[in-house]
Design a binder for this molecule. Structure first.
Ligand SMILES: [Zn+2]
Length: 171
């Protein structure tokens, strides 16, 4: 008897490669940023040199692949997002890249998103850089708030990273 699969009159490719690019080919100067060097230390050039980036047609912002640690960037966000937000997101994601290289579990679902230790570390580092750039608490709150984060979560995150929750007009 024919298997169900053998009845399919189509051909489906398997083991396709994800189209990825060299991070340093597209994102210039990050190896000189003190906040980045603080993450990777002496290994900064090597870590960024090995990092691959995938530009994806997704609704989201950016993230790190839990399979191989490459950076995934929403093409639309990159095209239309605020440059400072994008810069801080890259700083945030590079903390995850380092965590991945250290073998840490990036998506530990035992924790709520804003309390997950890997997220707390990434947010703290990005907020430290935001403060260095002179961003006030209101602007930092605006940066931190995403449409999928509840007011409670934002409040908790603001407290965790040491800023006052300031109300702002939604984007
Ligand atoms: Zn994160």
């Amino acid at each position: 008897m024919a298997t169900i699969e053998s009845q399919l009159k189509v051909r489906i490719p398997r083991n396709v490669k994800i189209a990825m690019f060299s991070f340093t080919e597209y994102f210039k100067g990050f190896e000189k940023v003190a906040a980045v060097r603080e993450i990777f230390g002496e290994e900064t050039e090597k870590a960024l040199g090995n990092l691959k980036v995938e530009f994806a047609g997704i609704r989201g912002y950016m993230g790190v692949s839990e399979i191989d640690g490459h950076l995934i960037v929403g093409a639309r966000y990159l095209n239309e997002g605020d440059p400072v937000d994008i810069y801080l997101d890259i700083i945030h994601e590079l903390v995850h890249v380092k965590q991945f290289l250290e073998g840490k579990e990036l998506f530990d679902s035992d924790y709520n998103y804003v309390e997950r230790p890997t997220e707390v570390a990434a947010y703290r580092h990005a907020v430290k850089e935001a403060k260095r750039l002179g961003m006030d608490d209101g602007r930092i709150c605006e940066y931190l708030k995403t449409e999928w984060m509840s007011d409670d979560d934002l409040q908790r995150l603001a407290k965790t990273v040491g800023i006052k929750l300031v109300h702002f007009k939604a984007k």
